[in-house]
Design a protein around this ligand. Structure first.
Ligand code: S3P
Length: 259
């Protein structure tokens, strides 16, 4: 056999892998229907551990088993990630987008929620920071708020162009109409409503810099600020959760119910 023969064997293997994957994901679609009907969560950690264990147990090629087990685990993990994505798209149909005032817990809740469901998580501020390689506070002080908002809008536009999962937004993102249009086209907007006292408490403990509150981190100012924003959050939201005195678990179960 020469090189081209080997290559054509590989192409044939890829073809068979693809066909088997399509078959596998067809069964996953059936699982989605079952889970949707019976309100079961997408992520089942025990089941995934079992799949991983079986996959490794069935590895018979001693050379690959000895030297490439880790890479094979990566492959089965990626296959399962796509399964979760397929289920998420089928069951939730839309992204879960968290909106609300600074310090109401969008990022913390979003990260936990995404982990529980087993889907991707995206935080708009983190995306902006990654793009500009600067922290939010630094962006505001060196490049200015207007520049920050421009990048924020671009990040949001990209979300609407294909992200699937849970999104937590910066508190000021929904002040821009076009951002709202993109966010709404991508998902359901959940307004996490919180009192000035709670927000003050959270912000006091937060390590993230809030340039818009820098000189005014007090309950009175926060109260006024929330008042000026509440109307817009209220107008654009699909759902609202009053997160004060609500445990993380309760909030998550409430989101499961409404989505
Ligand atoms: C802002 C909220 C911040 C961040 C920036 C501006 C706002 O995000 O985007 O400091 O205008 O409310 P968090 O809501 O996550 O604090």
């Amino acid at each position: 056999m020469d090189l081209e023969d080997y290559r054509s064997k590989i192409v044939n293997c890829d073809y068979r892998i693809l066909k088997v994957l399509e078959q596998r994901y067809n069964w996953v679609l059936k699982v989605s229907n079952y889970k949707e009907k019976n309100r079961k969560p997408i992520l089942d950690k025990k089941r995934e551990e079992g799949i991983r264990a079986d996959f490794l147990k069935n590895m018979s090629h001693t050379y690959f088993k000895r030297y490439h087990e880790e890479e094979f685990i990566k492959i089965i993990n990626a296959i399962m990630e796509v399964s979760r994505d397929i289920q998420y798209r089928k069951i939730y149909k839309k992204n879960i987008v968290l909106i609300g005032f600074m310090g109401c817990g969008k990022t913390t809740l979003g990260r936990i929620l995404a982990r529980k469901i087993g889907v991707k998580f995206l935080d708009t501020d983190y995306q902006i920071e990654k793009r500009l390689m600067m922290k939010v506070g630094e962006i505001f002080s060196t490049l200015g708020e207007e520049y920050f908002r421009k990048v924020e809008s671009d990040v949001i536009k990209n979300i609407a162009n294909g992200f699937h999962g849970v999104v937590s937004t910066g508190g000021g993102s929904v002040l821009n109409k076009s951002n709202v249009k993109y966010l709404k086209s991508s998902g359901k907007l959940i307004y996490l409503r919180s009192s000035a006292e709670n927000i003050f408490y959270n912000l006091k403990r937060s390590t993230k810099e809030r340039p818009l509150l820098k000189q005014n981190l007090n309950i009175n100012y926060i109260q006024k600020f929330i008042k000026s924003r509440h109307e817009i959050y209220n107008k654009v939201k699909d759902y609202e959760i009053n997160v004060d005195n609500m445990s993380m678990d309760k909030i998550i179960h409430y989101i499961y119910r409404i989505m």
